[in-house]
Design a protein around this ligand. Structure first.
Ligand code: NAD
Length: 299
């Protein structure tokens, strides 16, 4: 047992458990299908953070037995070329999931590219059709980061129903879909953002406080209700005086852990869960497309 007054929500550990489960399921299903699940990852340019994320995703695919198809394009690739590749991948029978690693260089329209992915292969759950299904509470591929947050809460048996949840950040990638998922789980949800007045008071009302902003140490101890569950989605790369880079979240972890009942670390929290949810989505698409009778295995 930890002697700390708070519980660490260990996304890295939970992701490993999910990988073990996925490995087992793929071993069960693959002989019937005759090929492994496949995930295509499109990356543009040489952004080191994106390259690291893509490497992580490919490594995770290898670990569970998903074939990954990397497509790396130069930074000056055209919208038309990327669109053509997405159309090919939509037709490619070895590919169950397609994701475009964001952000893209400014000359490319990421939103338009997401529209080109067939919703059934939208492993990131960002296609308007899948976001619409989330709004309507219909089954569909869910955005990975918010789904990872919900899975962490569920795994640690943290009640959501009837709780006050505050999500700081309203992006289509994280804040909005997460607010909808919390709402579907019967939380009373507030979304705070850059124009919210008195962020501190809003944050302090939260039983479940999520920070998804991209601002190092935005959430300080005086913004947290004692005993709250604090989820840090932020990933910020900062350099120390020697030029060495490290990742920190949006929450001042050392200060807030003294107040919170549960808290995610960065790294090793939500980021790890995002990758696990991506692989789950890919397996889900593989089964739905090829093996309707395997639905019970993927539940
Ligand atoms: P974004 O820039 O699209 O959105 C940021 C949001 O924060 C906006 O809605 C804005 O209104 C709000 N905001 C900005 N300044 C604010 C302030 N001072 N007070 C309150 N709200 C403020 O970013 P995003 O794509 O949603 O990502 C947010 C963070 O989460 C980033 O650090 C990103 O790297 C990280 N992220 C992590 C994962 C993961 O897997 N852990 C996945 C996606 C994004």
């Amino acid at each position: 047992m930890s002697s700390e007054p708070f519980t660490l929500l260990d996304g890295k550990q939970l992701a490993q458990e999910i990988y073990d489960t996925l490995t087992h399921k793929i071993q069960q299903i693959q002989p019937q299908v005759g090929r492994p699940p496949g995930l295509a990852v499109l990356m543009v340019g040489d952004n080191p953070a994106s390259a690291a994320y893509v490497r992580n995703k490919e490594r995770a695919c290898d670990r569970v037995g998903i074939a990954s198809f990397g497509h790396h394009f130069p930074a000056n690739v055209s919208q038309a070329e990327l669109t053509a590749v997405i159309h090919q991948l939509n037709q490619d029978e070895r590919v169950d999931g397609i994701l475009v690693q964001l952000p893209l260089p400014p000359h490319l329209d990421a939103e338009a590219l997401l529209y080109e992915i067939v919703p059934e292969k939208d492993a990131d759950g960002l296609h308007p059709m899948n976001l619409g299904r989330l709004v309507r509470k219909e089954p569909g591929l869910r955005s990975c980061t918010p789904a990872g947050v919900m899975r962490l809460l569920q795994h640690y048996n943290l009640p959501v129903e009837g709780k006050q949840a505050v999500v700081i950040g309203r992006s289509i990638l994280v804040g909005k879909p997460l607010a909808l998922m919390l709402l579907d789980a019967n939380a009373t949800v507030t979304i705070a953002h850059s124009r919210s007045s008195d962020l501190k008071a809003i944050a302090r009302s939260a039983d479940i406080l999520v920070a998804a902003v991209g601002q190092p140490n935005l959430v300080q101890a005086d913004m947290v209700k004692p005993g709250a569950v604090v989820i840090d989605v932020g990933i910020n790369r900062i350099e120390d005086a020697t030029g060495k880079a490290r990742l920190i979240g949006d929450v001042d972890f050392d200060a807030v852990k003294a107040i919170a009942s549960h808290i995610t670390p960065v790294p090793g929290g939500v980021g790890a869960m995002t990758v696990a949810m991506l692989l789950e989505n890919t397996l889900g698409s593989y089964c739905r497309a090829l093996l309707p009778e395997a639905q019970s295995i993927i539940q």
